[in-house]
Design a binder for this molecule. Structure first.
Ligand SMILES: [Zn+2]
Length: 115
């Protein structure tokens, strides 16, 4: 895995193109898009994996799905659909050690993960 670039982006130490921000979530464009629309839904609060989430923060995960759906509709993906992916750990393909949700869309995605 690489550095936690998401905390650096949220702290303003690195630049990223944010398409949505609120007190709990930022949504930025993936720098290596795998579909015409490829966004990352990132909680402002740092946690690395779902395994670290406690009951206190469980609602934050649910809110992340709501933010993803809001942004998808804002980008007119709502009617045609989109895909959400969470990569966990090394075998899951997680690259940045800060929980995030991938949102992919803008074309008909096949049965494979992203292609
Ligand atoms: Zn972080």
């Amino acid at each position: 895995m690489i550095d936690d670039i998401f905390c650096k982006i949220i702290k303003g130490e690195l630049k990223a193109e944010a398409v949505y921000k609120d007190a709990e979530f930022w949504v930025i464009k993936d720098i290596n898009p795998q579909a015409p629309v490829h966004l990352l839904i990132i909680p402002v609060k740092h946690f690395e994996s779902i395994h670290e989430v406690t009951d206190k923060d469980a609602s934050l995960l649910g809110r992340g799905l709501m933010v993803a759906d809001k942004v998808a509709h804002d980008l007119d993906l709502g009617d045609k659909g989109y895909r959400l992916i969470i990569n966990e750990g090394e075998d899951g393909g997680k690259l940045v050690p800060h929980f995030h949700i991938h949102l992919l869309g803008g074309k008909k995605l096949g049965p494979k993960i992203v292609k």
